[in-house]
Design a protein around this ligand. Structure first.
Ligand code: PH2
Ligand code: MG
Ligand code: MG
Length: 146
């Protein structure tokens, strides 16, 4: 079983419900939640002018490989009504793989650790809340990559 950290975000529809529904759906996709951060409201970063987000980070366990996990996350995003739109634009739900054990993945479809997580307070604040030590591991692995 791998321990993973997922970033969740929503700025369309019933934002809190979208995040909670996504977490509930994960269980039926072989992703078992261990701990959820506080859900915080954040200003949109990048993209077109858009509404504020609710963001959270979830610690979970799974047997899925990183690429299979990505497929399942996309299925859940679609189940919750997400459709392909502008890059960094508004979405009902966004599920991003931040960390997967201590594994590094570098393929066109998937990069782990999430390449932009360190610049994003809306990721690092909830991540540090539930994994204060992992925050620094994440920073170290970034240093190791450069
Ligand atoms: N996600 C984005 C783009 N900008 N801004 C905030 N505050 N929260 C997000 O989750 C977010 C964003 C694309 O994934
Ligand atoms: Mg994202
Ligand atoms: Mg995404």
């Amino acid at each position: 079983m791998a321990v993973i950290y997922l970033g969740l975000g929503s700025n369309q529809g019933h934002r809190e419900q979208n995040i909670k529904k996504a977490i509930a759906l994960l269980a039926s996709h072989n992703v078992n939640s261990l701990q959820r951060s506080t859900i915080i409201e954040t200003d949109p970063a990048g993209g077109p002018p858009q509404g504020k987000y609710l963001n959270a980070v979830l610690k979970a366990q799974t047997d899925l490989s990183p690429h299979n996990l990505l497929k399942h996350l996309k299925t859940i995003e679609n189940q919750l009504g997400r459709f392909k739109a502008v890059s960094n634009g508004p979405r009902t739900i966004d599920l991003d793989i931040l960390l997967y054990d201590r594994i590094f993945v570098n393929t066109p479809e998937l990069t782990i650790p999430h390449p932009r997580m360190w610049q994003r307070d809306f990721v690092m604040i909830p991540l540090k809340e539930i994994a204060p030590d992992l925050g620094s591991i994440a920073f170290e692995s970034k240093a190791g990559q450069s």
